[in-house]
Write a protein that binds this ligand. Structure first.
Ligand SMILES: C=C1C[C@]23C[C@@]1(O)CC[C@H]2[C@@]12CC[C@H](O)[C@@](C)(C(=O)O1)[C@H]2[C@@H]3C(=O)O
Ligand code: AKG
Ligand code: FE2
Length: 335
């Protein structure tokens, strides 16, 4: 933690020392969803990076553009109005505070339920005139993201040569699937200018892995997202508002017995540009057992993890800090 002289930064907890800026990475796997080889390339990307960019995905850009405009309209409302939609317990508006265990970032967000016509609808109606436009934009976007997530995990099953291609998608398709949706807004942080000489970087969202099976992310054209490569190097992901980015989550790491790795990622803020991102987190039903698929285990290979349900994992994950290794307590070696 760095203590800065007032009045520049009353939010100095959001600023951490950092090694020199990560380089822009040109090696992110790009998967064309229409490519007949997509299934094989997706598996390779999940093994090597736990992350890839999806193009030719067929989601009309307009759906994202409309939602982005509505979200910006919300985040530009007076603070008192936005606060009416909070706190995020579990769904609602959040500001700087991430989760319940002391993590902070230079961020505002809306956490929403992915089930049509429930909490998210109420959250969105609290504050806005014409909130039906926002609600329907959220509904349309979530429904497009669900389709993509189902297809991606079915391609994964194909690529892994699993006979039952719905072995993963059935968990996301289940009406009890515990998925969620997040709209993140990272306002520009002008004070960062003064800090750049001192090698200081502001975090919008600190490093973490996503706990679910798979996350589907779309952002505007502002950079900030970084991923951690297998060798521990942090690299910047070039933004691309027309593409979708897929993250392997902790649950998929377990289901593949570590063959896929959940990707560590984080978001840095910019001093002039705001970033907006929208993420669908595809999770299993609460009572689902998260165990390696038998067909993926080689003869004699044992699970690296003790058996647990998504409900148990989620309970434990939500007690952790962002940067914690959430799978640690479930690894067999840790007793
Ligand atoms: C600090 C936390 C925020 C988080 C719950 C947690 O205790 C650890 C995981 C965090 C995370 C990361 C991915 C998603 O953004 C999220 C909604 C999730 O499911 O796990 C967040 C949680 C959150 O913001 O509440
Ligand atoms: O905003 C982003 O690009 C990533 C945010 C993120 O990792 C999250 O919400 O879990
Ligand atoms: Fe994340």
């Amino acid at each position: 933690m760095v203590v800065l002289s007032p009045p520049a930064l009353d939010h100095c907890s959001l600023i951490k020392t950092c090694k020199p800026a990560a380089s822009v990475f040109t090696g992110i796997p790009v998967i064309d969803m229409m490519d007949p080889e997509a299934k094989t390339l997706i598996v390779k990307a999940c093994e090597e990076f736990g992350f890839f960019k999806l193009v030719n995905h067929g989601v009309p850009m307009e759906i994202a553009t409309i939602l982005e405009a509505e979200a910006l309209r919300f985040f530009n409302l007076p603070q008192l109005e936005k606060d009416k939609a909070g706190p995020p317990d579990p769904f609602g508006y959040g500001n700087k505070s991430i989760g319940a265990n002391g993590d902070v970032g230079w961020i505002e967000y809306l956490l929403l339920n992915t089930k049509p016509d429930v909490a998210s609808q109420r959250t969105l109606s609290v504050f806005q005139e014409n909130s039906e436009i926002f609600r329907s934009a959220v509904r349309d976007y979530i429904s497009a993201m669900k389709k993509i997530a189902f297809e991606v995990v079915e391609l994964i099953a194909d690529g892994l040569k699993i006979e039952q291609r719905n072995v993963l998608s059935r968990m996301l398709r289940d009406e009890k699937s515990d998925s969620c949706f997040r709209l993140n807004y990272y306002p520009p942080c002008p004070e960062l200018q003064a800090l750049s000489d001192r090698n200081l970087i502001g975090f919008g969202f600190g490093e973490h892995t996503d706990p679910q099976i798979i996350s589907v992310l779309r952002s505007n054209n502002t950079s900030g997202l970084q991923i951690c490569l297998r060798d521990g190097t942090w690299v910047s992901v070039p933004p691309d508002q027309t593409s979708l980015f897929i993250n392997v989550g902790d649950s998929l790491q377990v289901i593949t017995n570590g063959r896929f790795r959940s990707v560590k990622h984080r978001v840095l803020v910019d001093n002039v540009k705001s970033r907006i991102s929208m993420i669908y987190f595809g999770g299993p039903p609460l009572n689902e057992k998260i165990v390696p698929l038998g067909c993926l285990l080689a003869k004699g290979e044992e699970s690296l993890y003790r058996e647990f349900t998504w409900s148990e994992y989620k309970k434990s994950a939500y007690k952790s800090r962002l940067a914690d290794c959430r799978l640690g307590p479930f690894e067999k070696t840790s007793g």
